[in-house]
Design a protein around this ligand. Structure first.
Ligand SMILES: NC(=O)C1=CN([C@@H]2O[C@H](COP(=O)(O)OP(=O)(O)OC[C@H]3O[C@@H](n4cnc5c(N)ncnc54)[C@H](O)[C@@H]3O)[C@@H](O)[C@H]2O)C=CC1
Ligand SMILES: O=C(O)CCC(=O)C(=O)O
Length: 468
């Protein structure tokens, strides 16, 4: 189809829907109809680049200093990118999110149901990190918003940091360094240990825990781990059947679990009591998993000989002096006054390598979802994908229909689509929601409008997008 034909198509759709050219509409289909679809550079040059809006209409809000690789990929797609180095205060976020089709965040930005309900145009969220506890995933799914993350691009960085912390804690390097920075020479060996032959207890043997296990064994540590699922051991590591067994036997205890109701305060007073005297605690998972006042007490009586914390129940919204204070977490001054405590500002995954590959991975997943409807890898959506349309598939429309997972919907939808040639179709469900992708060929402009209107009238519909 020529650019002129597309212009005519655009104009007649605008007339039919009575929308002004360039208007950003809350209806993805209306926005789609405002466009002159362009064949942009795509992931494969033989594929047809499907655009739901004219490319300039796609607005992406990127918060928390998401890596440049992501900005480049989004800009290369022609999207408008609004970039911020920090997270936004809730009121500002609520305002900015109203207008955007995609948002990219890291671990700080809380996307609650209340915030997501403001986001009338939002089709997709990218968590440029592993954890997704900061997003109300169920609410996002109910609203038809797909969420993607990067499941392992920063795992190695976290594991390496923990390895460093094991040695630094065992040798009290943090304290010696602080002393020397202030002119004090304190050459001691009392209660400083080699790590060789000691036992590392890993709570949560997933991507990070397992990677750490391999690195720790190569330094001569024995590894035991506790996980709620049975997981194959790497090397000579051994899974133990209870948390207490791990605590009773470990010289170092490190946490690599997600934030869930079950992991809240998974280490509290009874668990510190169950540890070996003089054990060390490392937490680079989420701030809620360790009861910090209980940790402070355990350190004061010598039960715990040192701790390395990278994450906190409350974390500052942005970098800056004075940000980490009693105002944020009421125990801060007590914690910082203890010896052999390493505190880092949630930098477990903060390496050039990790951030650059997370940037590429998540922005690519988001672009594929926006441009093609492909939800493979989404953490809250049914995973559905159809192969890309070929360049010569001119009059083909891709229907993306997100709906409530109730009986009879497919019958209704197929009744609507069956007047046309359904080239391919795939649907799947996940809990309360389901997602159908279908490519319909030999459609003209009237057909497209009719399909949209009929699907829009179905009571089970959550969100519809038609890609051309
Ligand atoms: N400090 C940082 O910068 C970073 C922190 N993280 C945090 O680390 C967490 C773990 O990351 P991955 O290893 O990639 O996750 P993962 O999902 O690969 O592994 C988590 C493991 O924890 C286990 N688990 C869940 N609940 C448990 C419980 N109650 N008791 C024992 N085990 C339990 C799971 O079965 C799984 O094997 C993430 O959820 C994230 O919150 C991740 C990356 C960077
Ligand atoms: O780098 C970040 O901002 C967050 C890292 C993290 O905690 C994660 O990947 O879950």
């Amino acid at each position: 189809m020529s650019a002129l034909d597309m212009n005519n198509l655009q104009n007649s759709f605008q007339q039919a829907l009575n929308v002004s050219p360039g208007a950003v509409s809350t209806s993805p289909t209306q926005s789609f109809m405002n466009t002159i679809p362009k064949r942009l550079e795509n992931f494969n040059s033989n594929q047809k680049a499907l655009k739901p809006f004219s490319t300039g209409d796609i607005k992406i809000l990127l918060l928390e200093n998401v890596n440049q690789t992501a900005i480049d990929i989004f800009k290369n797609q022609g999207y408008q990118v609004d970039f911020y180095k920090s997270s936004l205060p809730e009121a500002e976020l609520a305002e900015k999110i109203k207008d955007v089709h995609a948002i990219g965040i890291r671990s700080k930005t809380q996307l609650t149901e209340k915030i997501l309900q403001q986001a009338k145009n939002l089709v997709v969220v990218g968590c440029f990190c592993i954890g997704t506890n900061q997003v109300d995933l169920a609410a996002a799914a109910r609203l038809g918003i797909a969420v993607f993350n990067s499941p392992f691009s920063n795992s190695r960085s976290v594991a390496e940091l923990v390895i460093a912390e094991i040695i630094i804690l065992a040798r009290q390097v943090g304290d010696r360094s602080i002393e020397l920075h202030t002119g004090t020479w304190n050459k001691v060996s009392a209660k400083c240990w080699e790590v060789r032959g000691k036992t590392l207890g890993i709570i949560g043997y997933g991507h990070i825990g397992a990677q750490l296990s391999v690195l720790a064994e190569s330094m001569g540590l024995h590894v035991i781990y506790y996980d709620i699922v049975t997981i194959m051991s790497l090397g000579t590591a051994k899974q133990v059947s209870t948390l207490d067994e791990l605590l009773n036997n470990s010289d170092f205890v490190t946490l690599h679990v997600p934030e869930t109701p079950e992991t809240k305060n998974i280490l509290s007073a009874p668990q510190f009591a169950a540890m070996k005297h003089g054990a060390y605690v490392i937490n680079a998972s989420r701030g809620t998993v360790v009861d910090i006042p209980a940790l402070i007490q355990a350190m004061k009586v010598g039960k715990v000989a040192g701790a390395a914390l990278d994450v906190y129940p409350q974390e500052p919204a942005k970098n800056g002096s004075g940000a980490f204070s009693n105002e944020l977490n009421k125990w801060t001054s007590e914690l910082v006054s203890l010896p052999n405590v390493l505190l880092t500002p949630h930098i477990g995954g903060s390496t050039e390598e990790a951030q650059s590959s997370i940037g590429i991975e998540v922005s690519t997943a988001l672009s594929k979802y926006i441009n093609e409807g492909n939800s493979t890898g989404s953490v809250n959506f049914p995973e559905v994908s159809l192969r890309a349309l070929k360049l010569d598939q001119e009059n083909t429309v891709r229907v993306l229909y997100i709906h409530k997972n109730v009986p009879g919907v497919l019958k209704t939808v197929n009744n609507i689509l069956s007047d046309h040639n359904i080239e391919k179709q795939f649907s799947d469900s996940n809990g309360e929601i389901a997602y159908l992708m279908a490519d319909i060929s030999s459609v003209n402009q009237d057909d497209i409008k009719l399909i949209y209107d009929q699907l829009n009238e179905t009571t089970e519909k959550i969100r519809i997008r038609l890609l051309y």
